[in-house]
Design a protein around this ligand. Structure first.
Ligand code: ASP
Length: 446
């Protein structure tokens, strides 16, 4: 058996129907290193379709309200019937659906119900591939408060998986000490994949989805953006936090701790190498100084001025204490000689705006407090663009050339790690301008 271990996770669209499962089977069989397979529940086959997890949750809602859930359960049965028949399998689908129905009628539990999509998909996939089925209820351990117990999961998963030559593990759920099923947040099968990769100390964690990697900019704003071939964990975290969603951010954290490379791949175009996320760029690879650009609207700017804010009297610390007491997170905080600038999500600020300003006035006696809404925040990342590159300056020049007002700038040290505030109405223009700049300095465009 091959020494290298690859953990391959397949998302909802990759397991949406029998045809997709056949593609997965070809992908798995084309590389024997793909020993541990993690699957989501069937997702959408077309834009108006409903994900199986949503159908399951609808069953649960109806069951707890004492209403009939027969229609939703029937849709779920039909989704799996198409898969099982399409793969010409003999699978006890009716029994499985009956067990689910009974639980909904007698003792409906939200997490248990939501988890059945992954459970059934993994069971079917394991049988189809001839792999062992691993129920994460045995090895993904949650504490009673519903939080993942990382250390115990790593040990238990390692002990469960390593003796197996090949296995399919259901994503998205585990169980607590009492055996009660617990789920992660939505999109959590990515986390299961990452946990499995860490538990077996995989050489690679493949995340198979329906796009060929991470785009350098949002395709809803930029036409046909390039996919990024290589990026670091940190770049991915920044871009994902700022709205580029392809992988659950918790999944990135655990893989980056053990430096397990993550490869985002497209089940529908398996020959495309996708995006590789790793700490260090392989030697000989040249990277665009701007890895990507992403952003979010709905931000507000709070500006507090006082002469010599930074004189060591703890003004900034007091300001942050006020936010902490209110459990009000901020996107960033910049301290100048005479001012503090905070960027806060407008939806969080809205409900406590007046009280917050009054408290700042009473506690800190500032010379001026200004508040400005309708701001968007744009992140531009590029780990290779260190001191040697002037990409940061040129990004700002480009925005100025386009007549886009720069309301605030935060430049992290050493790397191209820019957070730029621009008015919401120029958000899309700004993303397009930065992307255009990125393409103009692309190593391949020279
Ligand atoms: N099936 C779950 C969801 O729809 C988890 C996942 O797909 O990762 O959110």
């Amino acid at each position: 058996m091959s020494e290298r271990i690859v953990v391959a996770k397949f998302g909802g669209t990759s397991v949406a129907d029998a045809a997709q499962l056949r593609k997965i089977s070809t992908i798995i069989r084309s590389n024997p290193e793909r020993r541990f397979i993690v699957v989501s529940a069937p997702g959408k086959r077309f834009p108006e379709d409903i994900k199986v997890t949503d159908l399951l949750l609808a069953c649960y809602e109806k069951a707890t309200a004492g209403e009939s859930f027969a229609q939703e359960l029937d849709q779920i049965r039909m989704r799996y019937r198409e898969i099982v028949d399409g793969l010409q399998m003999v699978f006890p689908l009716n029994e499985e659906i009956r067990t689910l129905e009974e639980s909904l009628l007698t003792n409906p539990e939200r997490d248990y119900t939501a988890s059945r999509g992954e459970y059934l998909t993994a069971k079917i996939m394991a049988q189809y591939l001839g792999f062992t089925f691993v129920d994460p209820a045995w090895c993904v351990c949650f504490d009673e408060d519903g939080q993942l117990n990382d250390a115990m999961t790593r040990r238990t998963m390692r002990a469960s998986l390593l003796p197996l030559s090949r296995a399919v593990i259901a994503g998205f759920y585990g169980a607590d000490m009492n055996g009660r099923i617990r789920t992660f947040e939505r999109g959590g099968s990515d986390i299961t994949g990452s946990l499995a990769a860490c538990a077996v100390n995989a050489d690679l964690y493949e995340n198979w989805t329906d796009v060929s990697g991470l785009y350098a900019a949002n395709p809803a704003i930029v036409e046909n953006p390039e996919t990024v071939s290589y990026m670091s964990y940190r770049e991915l975290r920044t871009l994902s936090y700022m709205g580029a969603s392809v992988l659950h951010s918790d999944a990135v954290l655990s893989a980056s701790e053990l430096e397990i490379p993550i490869n985002i791949r497209n089940t529908n175009i398996p020959e495309n190498p996708g995006t590789m996320i790793m700490r260090h760029l392989p030697s000989g690879v040249t990277k665009n100084p701007v890895t990507g650009v992403s952003g979010r609207k709905g931000m507000s700017l709070v500006q507090i001025e006082k002469v010599m804010v930074s004189d060591g009297s703890g003004f900034s610390a007091l300001m942050l204490d006020i936010l902490k007491e209110r459990s009000l997170p901020f996107e960033y905080c910049l301290t100048g000689i005479d001012s503090i600038t905070l960027v806060i999500r407008s939806d969080l600020l809205e409900s406590c705006k007046e009280e917050l300003i009054a408290e700042i006035r009473n506690t800190l006696h500032p010379d001026f407090i200004g508040l400005r809404g309708n701001l968007s925040l744009i992140a531009v990342t590029g780990e290779k663009a260190t001191e040697a590159s002037d990409a940061n300056v040129r990004v700002l020049e480009k925005l100025t050339e386009e007549g886009i007002e720069i309301s605030t700038i935060n430049q992290g040290a050493g790397k191209l790690n820019l957070l730029i505030g621009v008015p919401e109405e120029r958000y899309e223009d700004a993303i397009r301008a930065i992307y255009e700049f990125r393409q103009s300095i692309s190593p391949s465009s020279k």
